[in-house]
Design a protein around this ligand. Structure first.
Ligand SMILES: Nc1ncnc2c1ncn2[C@@H]1O[C@H](COP(=O)(O)OP(=O)(O)OP(=O)(O)O)[C@@H](O)[C@H]1O
Length: 195
């Protein structure tokens, strides 16, 4: 349960959520994504699409890649593009990459016809990241986004994250690593003191 928690993230800004293991960083991201229901309090997207939930404004990049093992890398991305609805341009005017272009941007174009089950840990992580750019959504929720990525992939990821911010997107990330993001705000979670 969160108490005394209040934050806002503006267009083009990132929020880095920090705190000790088990304090609730992932739970907070999962709550914003709508995977955990909110029992108290309120989450809103100002100037968002009133027909959609807060979670439907977000891409959630969690600990699990959620790649479908029997589908090829390209089929995985095509599935996610069709599954995640884009925002109307008045809500968020991000740019969408075609699935193959997205794989190439993430440096895994050569894995397009390989079933996701056979990808390495880092390739699987990159495939999960490619989902963020096949459908434009304004809010990226990213849980430990750099885990399993090599130095080059990490630099590429930071480039994509900063590009998203430059286009007016928002990023909320839970991480123990300092990320070089523009317009960065911090939210540090700590255990409440019991009376
Ligand atoms: N599905 C679940 N069911 C019950 N309790 C859970 C569940 N997921 C997490 N928790 C509990 O909620 C608390 C917060 O977990 P959470 O994963 O949000 O922490 P975290 O800050 O992200 O930790 P870490 O830095 O280790 O990733 C922990 O005590 C954890 O045991």
């Amino acid at each position: 349960m969160f108490t005394g928690l209040s934050f806002s993230v503006g267009s083009g800004a990132s929020l880095q959520v920090t705190g000790a293991n088990g304090i609730g960083k992932s739970s907070l991201l999962r709550t914003i994504a709508g995977l955990v229901s909110l029992t108290e309090g309120e989450l809103t997207v100002e100037d968002g699409d009133p027909e959609l939930t807060v979670g439907e404004h977000c891409h959630y990049f969690g600990h699990q890649n959620s790649n479908k093992p029997a589908l090829t890398a390209l089929e995985n991305l095509s599935f996610w593009r069709d599954f995640t609805a884009p925002m109307s341009k008045t809500v968020f005017d991000g740019s969408a990459q075609a699935p193959l272009a997205a794989l190439e941007m993430l440096g895994i174009g050569h894995t397009a016809s390989i079933p996701a089950a056979y990808l390495s840990a880092g390739q699987g992580r990159r495939l999960a990241l490619a989902r963020l750019i096949v459908t434009p959504r304004p809010i990226w929720l990213m849980d430990e986004p750099t885990s399993a990525l090599d130095t080059t992939s990490e630099a590429h990821l930071l480039y994509l994250m900063n590009l998203h911010l430059k286009r007016g997107g928002m990023i909320i990330t839970a991480t123990h690593t300092e990320l070089a993001l523009s317009k960065k705000q911090k939210l540090h979670l700590q255990a409440a003191e019991l009376a």
